[in-house]
Design a protein around this ligand. Sequence first.
Ligand code: FAD
Length: 471
Amino acid sequence: MYDVAIIGCGVIGSSIAYRLSGFDLKTVVLEKENDVAMGATRANSAIVHAGYDPAEGTLMAKLNVRSVDLTKELCEKLSVPYAQIGSLVLAFSDEESAHVQRLYDRGVANGVPGLKILSYSEAKAIEPNIADNVTSALYAPTAAVINPWEYALALAETAVVNGVELRLESPVDAIVKTDAGYAVTAGGETIEAKYVINAAGTEAGLIHDMVLPHTFDILPNKGEYYLLDKSEGTRAKHVVFQCPSKVGKGVLVSPTVHGNLIVGPNAVDCAAGDTSTSADDLAFVRKMAAKSIPSVDFRQNIRNFAGVRPNSTIDDFIIEAHDGFFDVAGIKSPGLASAAGIAEYVENLMRENGVALEKKADAVDTREQIRFKEMSHEERAELVKKDPTFGRVICRCETITEGEIVDAIRRPIVPRTVDAIKRRCCAGMGRCQGGFCGPRVVEILARELGCSRQDIDKDKTGSYIVRERED
Ligand SMILES: Cc1cc2nc3c(=O)[nH]c(=O)nc-3n(C[C@H](O)[C@H](O)[C@H](O)COP(=O)(O)OP(=O)(O)OC[C@H]3O[C@@H](n4cnc5c(N)ncnc54)[C@H](O)[C@@H]3O)c2cc1C
């Protein structure tokens, strides 16, 4: 019998698992895919929003603002890339300048520190490539960019080190109330848990309906992006947003925490799991981005991708307790930015609902990650002397060594796919997008996991790379 079963291991499931792993609980996380962070958490804008956007008094406003400092602390403790670069919302007319003023007022009411309204010349002084017809801008110094999937992975990995059980490829398809709690069927097996936490992203509505009367719908909504090479990475210095308009919410242009430039997203209603991109939608994204920063060079594009927002019919996060079943649903943007505060809120909600939470004496809350290219020459020499695999560069675009790939494979959540390696140590994230290092990553994975190259998928289960049987 488990104390807690968490359904879904995106940033919300992993944040809750991390938080609960500090208590004396037997916890299991049930994730339907073959890795952590395979839903909205792996394809978003990666912004830790400052918190001026959500309406005052909503959970989104409270938990976003509460989480800004918590996220920074967590990234530091767990060795997750984080950069507090600040954000700008650009206005292009008097009407939009009035919107910027409303965002400022809302931000102040939400408790966002350091907000300022800048004139065109003040904005141009700190963000030189913005368009000449900007009328004013809202500056939020606490906004940051992070690596969202590494954040979720680091949280989940630390939870596993603290004894949380993670079951991958375990899609929950039935939940039955029992005298002791709930019987949850996932991947053909039924487990018993006293409490269930529903963190299933775009499928959270389906999970809710297995236990409770239907009260909300999830409305999946797609956002498409360009990811540009590092040669464009300094085109913007801040996260540069636009005001929402008749043709959409406005796209952003921002440096990523890895030094690339990200441009997007649009907003298109779609089916859950539809991460396709289209030429027309991307042309729209390009056109909108050029309004903010006309000089973005889209010839430096290295990847297009899309993520699906778990929007819902409720205009806020849905975090509720019902007789030992906890919904953490409809976690749309700013869900990534709010994840740390959401986990804290869920902990308090559990206490209020009679869950005994006793601190575990030996829980760890930190994690280390080797990043060869960030080391000094002396540190690199030392490492290569100890382990020569750190002297073999596999991904030349990102300078990722064999030692880092092997380290990723030997960590508590074992990666089994080429993209899982990319998410853990950035091999394949560069200009060639794995064109050169991909086959070598397959070889290393097969060698370390003791399997055939045919068994190594690119991404989700079944996305094979090597098809024919080897001799
Ligand atoms: C285009 C876009 C841009 C965004 N930009 C930002 C941003 O800049 N900043 C920000 O704060 N937020 C942003 N967001 C929102 C943010 O990404 C989400 O709020 C957050 O990732 C939600 O996390 P989650 O864990 O709830 O969902 P997910 O990451 O989708 O995780 C849910 C998990 O549940 C699993 N699952 C589903 N059904 C089952 C089942 N039956 N059994 C077992 N497992 C199941 C899924 O496989 C998945 O891994 C953006 C989202 C999108 C799509």
